[in-house]
Design a protein around this ligand. Structure first.
Ligand SMILES: [Zn+2]
Length: 239
């Protein structure tokens, strides 16, 4: 098994701009993730159906936050290694099935102060790259109501902070199939709140895609995640 290790640090490394890429799996010079290591990442890919949240017809995810995909997300988001976005989007593209309808991608809006800190909107970048690969459209249907912070707080607090976090930024069409895009599914509070806002405002067909699911320190046992996938995350505040 290939060991991925990426330091989780917020320090921007200027060498990333000057040096050639090296594989985050095996260290080989060339690509951010080499062809061989990509195969390893793909073996942990999965997607779950609607059992993660009743508000979505489907929830798709590439892998676990504590696996290689999670390492790549952290490096993309906190170290501003933008070349990683292409690899992450490739993983999403290969994991998603072929749909017989046109999909409208909706990025989950990031807190403005986080965009300022990081210097870019990482969800916006991923969403536009995915749209380009699939030939889909992007609509920023959601905007944030307030700048609540979600990093590192417990699940109860996250749910509280997520309440009324979003409002409609662009009117929705009941005929369209929307797919909400975010990087990590932790408690699902943000995604569920976004889904509620969209459903209330006319979205009829709604799916979501994330890069990974954070199953927590107990590897998901507390929220019913098994090796077969995800089952019934308990989130009674959302109905
Ligand atoms: Zn490699």
């Amino acid at each position: 098994m290939v060991g991925f290790s990426v330091k989780n640090t917020t320090i921007f490394n200027p060498l990333d701009l000057l040096c050639p890429h090296y594989c985050r799996g095996c260290g080989q010079i060339g690509e951010v993730v080499c062809g061989c290591c990509k195969n390893y990442v793909k073996t942990i890919s999965f997607y779950s159906a609607s059992d993660l949240s009743p508000l979505f017809e489907s929830v798709f995810a590439v892998g676990w936050y504590d696996g290689p995909v999670g390492n790549l997300i952290r490096e993309h988001k906190y170290n501003s290694v933008r070349s990683i976005a292409d690899v992450l989007v490739e993983f999403i593209d290969e994991m998603l099935p072929v749909f017989d309808v046109e999909i409208t991608l909706v990025p989950l809006p990031t807190i403005t102060s986080h965009i300022r800190q990081r210097g870019f909107d990482h969800i916006g970048v991923l969403t536009h790259k995915l749209a380009k690969r699939r030939g889909w459209s992007v609509e920023r249907c959601l905007v944030r109501n307030k700048n609540s912070v979600q990093v590192g707080v417990n699940s109860g607090k996250r749910r509280e902070q997520a309440k009324d976090a979003y409002k409609i930024g662009k009117s929705l069409c009941g005929e369209k199939t929307y797919m909400l895009v975010d990087d990590v599914w932790t408690t699902g509070s943000s995604m569920n709140e976004a889904a509620k806002t969209m459903r209330k405002n006319g979205a009829k067909r709604l799916m979501s895609v994330v890069l990974c699911v954070n199953r927590g320190k107990d590897k998901g046992r507390a929220i019913g995640i098994t090796s077969k996938g995800i089952k019934n995350e308990v989130d009674n505040s959302v109905s």
